[in-house]
Design a protein around this ligand. Structure first.
Ligand SMILES: C[S@@+](CC[C@H](N)C(=O)[O-])C[C@H]1O[C@@H](n2cnc3c(N)ncnc32)[C@H](O)[C@@H]1O
Length: 275
């Protein structure tokens, strides 16, 4: 493994149990209500449509709350992640939900080696997935390899403009401060916390991350041989991305409080492997 994979995996392994125990992921609701779906998948539903009977793979599935939700919508789901601790939680959650999901430990870039090529009707990913990958073109080639002819990619992700922002200024102005386009060098962060409310204390805090511009993502998808079928930008994001500057608007979504029209918060991109 490369240095970035070792660092990032240790970071995710350490946080998985705290995420599963947090109120933010609402794990107990899967056991309490057999129809419960994650907020993320509920937001996706109008664009996702009917996925009953599809064979789907969720790349970078983490603790699998979205994977289980997709399975509950009738797809036969496989979740892929390189963090064994995340998959331990994901298997436990699928069990308590009573919703069968297959989980496979793999780096995203090696997923076709484990899952075969051309076997999936649906590749689903996003919400904090692409920022962990140094090369967006390589990711798009993996997606194309996993899809059968006619199969679709569905990704809702944090917008690269959002990822490029500095912490908001006291007067509410937004400042582009970090790379918007992909660069070879990672952004190196050293952050003790995580994005859920937790008292857990972590030791593995250094991560390596990358941004990818919308043009780069679209070009990577097209160059990999997929057809772009939809690209929508949204004015909300399913985590408190700019603490102190966002308002929770319901459904697990957050929006910039002051003039949210300035910021594309997230986007949904859909593509299809030609027949
Ligand atoms: C924020 S989660 C995204 C999942 C989902 N949206 C969620 O919030 O639960 C990011 C996941 O990406 C995984 N990950 C990061 N880099 C990876 C890589 N190179 N290969 C496979 N998984 C990776 C991490 O282990 C983590 O579980």
């Amino acid at each position: 493994m490369n240095e970035y994979q070792v660092l990032n995996r240790a970071n995710w392994d350490e946080r998985a149990a705290a995420h599963a125990a947090s109120k933010d992921y609402r794990v107990a609701a899967f056991a309490d209500d057999p129809a419960h779906l994650s907020y993320v998948v509920r937001f996706d539903l109008p664009l996702l449509g009917d996925i009953r009977g599809l064979r789907g793979v969720h790349l970078q599935c983490h603790i699998g709350t979205d994977t289980v939700s997709l399975a509950r919508l009738g797809a036969t789901m496989t979740g892929v992640d390189f963090s064994p601790a995340s998959l331990t939680e994901a298997r436990r959650i699928a069990e308590l939900a009573g919703t069968p999901v297959e989980y496979v430990e793999s780096d995203v870039y090696h997923a076709p080696d484990h899952l075969g090529r051309g076997g999936f009707d649906l590749v689903y990913t996003g919400i904090g997935a692409l920022c962990w990958l140094p090369d967006i073109r390589r990711w798009a080639r993996v997606v194309a390899q996993l899809l059968r002819p006619g199969g679709r990619l569905f990704i809702r992700e944090g917008h690269p403009v959002l990822w490029a922002l500095a912490d908001p200024l006291p007067d509410g102005r937004l400042e582009l401060d970090l790379p918007y386009v992909e660069r070879e060098e990672p952004l190196v962060w050293d952050e003790a916390g995580t994005y859920v409310e937790t008292d857990a204390v972590f030791a593995h805090n250094v991560t390596h991350e990358w941004n990818h511009g919308i043009g780069e993502i679209v070009s990577a998808v097209l160059t990999a041989g997929l057809e772009l079928t939809a690209l929508e930008e949204h004015d909300s994001v399913p985590w408190d991305a700019l603490p102190g500057q966002m308002t929770e608007i319901g459904g697990g979504e957050f929006r910039l409080t002051d003039r949210p029209e300035r910021l594309p918060h997230t986007y949904t991109l859909q593509a299809r492997r030609p027949l």
